[in-house]
Design a protein around this ligand. Structure first.
Ligand code: PMP
Length: 422
């Protein structure tokens, strides 16, 4: 029996922990750039599950890979080999240009894994005194919700009353090379610098041109690992296969050009599976990844055959459908159009972003509800987006969107905001 929206919301509120505040809309179907609610109303998805559904909802190639594998073998744990994992590890390592891959399930797990690898590398290769390793992180970062990760979060709601926290993190301002240099210079025990190439959850903050490249160079000078958390920015979202590819002009797969920045450790999640299944990964070269030995780390589900099959298909779709090029082109149209629109309204201050990871800044205080109310009206007009930090609305549609659909969405956004009254 099909529940109404109201019934589904009531059930979740009664029986589910209240750890989210969802926009009131209940979805039960998705295809490409569209989702449908239980009453049958169709929407453009302009969030893509926080940049996970880059390949579009229920992409047939990904669904086929998943269901075929599900009929054959779902899980062995890592107590035994399975015949899909090695294939996937080879495929993804070559795709992103690293020697090895360590498979996990969620973004936060992959970040935790990268931190463990960096610390072990610092003790065994860099020869820092045991338990002295420090990791540099950025203000306003978002890397997940585990206890270690919230230890270096700025978000008071995510942090408060969850201590004691994990030690060993030095926080510097994002997009500030001088602070990075000072931190590196003043501490001999730095293992790594962990950074988001664009700060997504913070509200889509794009660092200055050349920042990542210069930061990587500083890390090299001080023999410190550069860890890129591309959980949100990776997999073509920002108009390149990886946001760290910067302005490298090569197209996607099997990059033959010189990437703008080659991280020492790369963290992927979300769209690594096209949002179809929890799949995350840490990639690194042998010198770093070989510090991990049997018993050091693991996960019952990490590297399971379905995850492997799904990730191969999801990465093939990115290359076959040239999603990075599409995101780059459509993103430019989006920002141009919205920037023009900003001149005609007092409600939107500015638009920023890269590729199809964009945000608009609503002219309001952080604790007022204008952005939320606009998102409710956008929902009524057939487009789903969610405010962040009170007055920022992120726009991140699936990358399989075409120009006609994008222009339709821009029209919905303009109309909704023009007609909006508090
Ligand atoms: N890192 C970044 C940059 C993210 O944006 C997110 C999720 N928003 C995560 C890590 C955590 O991923 P997950 O929710 O899968 O744990």
């Amino acid at each position: 029996e099909q529940l109404t929206s109201q019934q589904a919301i009531e059930l979740e509120n009664k029986y589910g922990a209240h750890n989210y505040h969802p926009l009131p809309v209940v979805l039960n179907r998705g295809e490409g750039v569209y989702v449908w609610d239980v009453e049958g109303k169709k929407y453009y998805d302009f969030l893509s599950a926080y940049s996970a559904v880059n390949q579009g909802h229920c992409h047939p190639k990904i669904v086929d890979a998943m269901t075929n594998q599900a009929k054959t073998l779902t899980l062995t744990s890592r107590a035994f080999y399975n015949d899909m994992l090695g294939k996937y590890e080879k495929f993804a390592s070559e795709y992103f240009g690293f020697d090895k891959l360590l498979p996990m399930n969620t973004g936060a797990e992959a970040v935790e894994t990268a931190l463990k690898i960096a610390r072990k590398w610092a003790y065994e290769v860099k020869r820092i005194d045991e338990n002295k390793a420090e990791i540099i992180v950025c203000e306003n970062n978002f890397h997940g919700r585990t206890t270690t990760i919230i230890s270096f979060s700025n978000d008071p709601v995510a942090r408060k009353n969850f201590g004691p926290y994990t030690n060993g993190f030095i926080k510097i301002e994002y997009d500030n090379l001088q602070e990075l240099q000072n931190a590196l210079e003043n501490n001999a025990n730095i293992a790594a610098f962990l950074v988001e190439p664009i700060q997504g959850e913070a509200g889509v903050y794009v660092p200055s041109e050349g920042y990542l490249k210069a930061a990587k160079k500083l890390c090299e000078d001080y023999n410190v690992l550069f860890i890129a958390d591309e959980v949100q920015t990776g997999i073509a979202r920002t108009g390149r296969l990886l946001a760290t590819c910067g302005n490298c002009s090569c197209e996607n797969k099997n990059c033959e050009g010189t990437p703008d920045v080659k991280p020492d450790v790369l963290i992927l999640g979300k769209a690594l599976s096209g949002g179809a299944y929890p799949v995350s990964a840490v990639l690194a070269n042998d010198e770093i990844m070989n510090v991990i030995r049997p018993g050091n780390h693991g996960s019952t589900f990490g590297g399971n055959p379905i995850a492997a099959a799904v990730a191969i298909a999801a990465l093939e779709v990115v290359a076959d459908e040239k999603l990075a090029i599409n995101a780059d082109r459509l993103g430019k149209i989006f920002r141009e159009e919205i920037a023009e629109f900003c001149k005609t309204t007092d409600l939107v201050k500015s638009v920023r972003g890269k590729g199809l990871l964009n945000a608009i800044l609503i002219n309001d205080t952080e604790d007022s509800s204008t952005a939320w109310d606009i998102c409710i009206k956008l929902r009524d007009n057939g487009l789903l987006a969610k405010p962040t930090h009170g007055n920022i609305i992120r726009f991140a549609p699936p990358l399989v969107m075409n120009e006609v659909q994008l222009r339709d969405c821009i029209a919905i956004i303009k109309k909704t905001i023009s007609e909006f009254k508090n």
